[in-house]
Design a protein around this ligand. Structure first.
Ligand code: ZN
Length: 261
C-alpha cells in the first residue's frame, strides 16, 4: 500500500501563500485509490507527481474548509466508478462544496457520521469524532489487513485518543508547534498527550497540515520531539512524499535511537 502526500500545508496563511501545498493525501491499494481532502493544488500536484486522478475511486472529504476541499469539483470530474464519503454539511445546504452537476460523476455518495462504518468491497471506512468549530469528521481506513487513522482537523478533547486505539498508522493534522495553542486545532504538545493516552499505540505516526508558525519552527524538529517523548516513530510529511506503508511500519528506530516496541 502506498501513501502519497499531495500536500502538507493547512490553515489560512499557508493556503493563501501555498508555502506548502494543500492537495490532500492519496492512499493507493490493490483495488482502490483513495483521495482524502482534495484541497487547492490537488490536481496540479497529481500531475507533477505522475498520479492519475482518473484512478481515484474513493474520495473522503472531512469538512468544507477550503484547504481541504478547494479542488473537490475538479477531482470529481476526473474520478471513475467512484464513491464519495463525507458529512451531510459538505453535500447539501449553504456550505456544500459540490454542486448537483458534479455529484453525478459519482456512482454513490454516502453520508458519514462518527462511529458509522461503511464497507466497500475490501475497504472499511469508519467516521471519528472531531471538534473543529464547524462540522467535520475524521476517518479510520481499514484494508489489506491494516488500519490507518486520519484524525482530520480537530482540537483536543478527552475521548479523541480512544478512537484510534490499535491503528497501524496515525496521520495527525498538527497546525502549530510546541504549546502554541490555537482553538479547534492541535499542537505538538497535544499530540504528545494524545499518544500518551493511547494504550495500544500506533506503530507509526505522520504529522501534516502545517501552519506558518509550524513551518517557522520546523516540522522535522517537532516530529523528532514526538518520537523521543512518546517512543512512537513519528515523521513529518513533505509535499510529494511517497511512502510504502509496509516500510513505515517496519521502522522501529528514528534518528539513530532504537525504540523498544
Ligand atoms: Zn478546517
Amino acid at each position: 500500500m502506498e501513501i502519497v502526500f499531495l500536500g502538507s500545508g493547512g490553515g489560512r496563511m499557508v493556503l493563501a501563500t501555498q508555502a506548502r501545498s494543500t492537495g490532500g493525501i492519496l492512499i493507493k491499494t490493490d483495488n482502490h485509490q483513495i483521495h482524502i481532502d482534495p484541497g487547492p493544488g490537488a490536481l496540479l500536484k497529481m500531475k507533477m507527481l505522475r498520479q492519475d486522478p482518473r484512478r481515484t475511486n474513493v474520495v473522503l472529504l472531512s469538512h468544507y474548509h477550503t484547504d481541504h476541499s478547494g479542488d473537490m469539483e475538479g477531482i470529481s470530474e476526473a474520478v471513475n466508478e467512484a464513491v464519495l464519503i463525507s458529512i451531510k454539511e459538505c453535500l447539501i445546504g449553504d456550505n456544500k462544496v459540490i454542486n448537483e452537476f458534479y455529484k453525478k460523476f459519482y456512482n454513490e455518495i454516502i453520508e458519514i457520521i462518527p462511529k458509522k462504518e461503511i464497507e466497500l468491497s475490501d475497504l472499511k471506512i469508519t467516521g471519528t469524532k472531531t471538534i473543529h468549530g464547524d462540522k467535520s469528521i475524521g476517518f479510520i481506513i481499514e484494508t489489506e489487513g491494516k488500519k490507518i487513522g486520519y484524525m482530520g482537523d480537530t482540537g483536543y478533547f478527552k475521548t479523541l485518543s480512544k478512537q484510534f486505539e490499535g491503528v497501524d498508522l496515525l496521520i495527525i493534522n498538527v497546525l502549530r508547534p510546541n504549546n502554541a495553542y490555537w482553538k479547534n486545532h492541535l499542537t505538538t504538545n497535544e499530540v504528545i498527550k494524545i499518544l500518551d493516552e493511547i494504550k495500544e499505540k500506533p506503530k507509526s505516526v505522520i504529522i501534516t497540515h502545517f501552519g506558518l508558525k509550524m513551518l517557522r519552527v520546523g516540522p522535522l524538529n517537532q516530529a523528532r520531539r514526538i518520537s523521543l517523548e512518546t517512543k512512537v516513530p513519528c515523521r513529518s510529511a513533505e509535499d510529494g512524499m511517497k511512502i510504502l506503508l509496509e516500510d513505515v511500519l517496519e521502522q522501529t528506530s528514528l534518528f539513530g535511537r532504537k525504540f523498544k516496541t
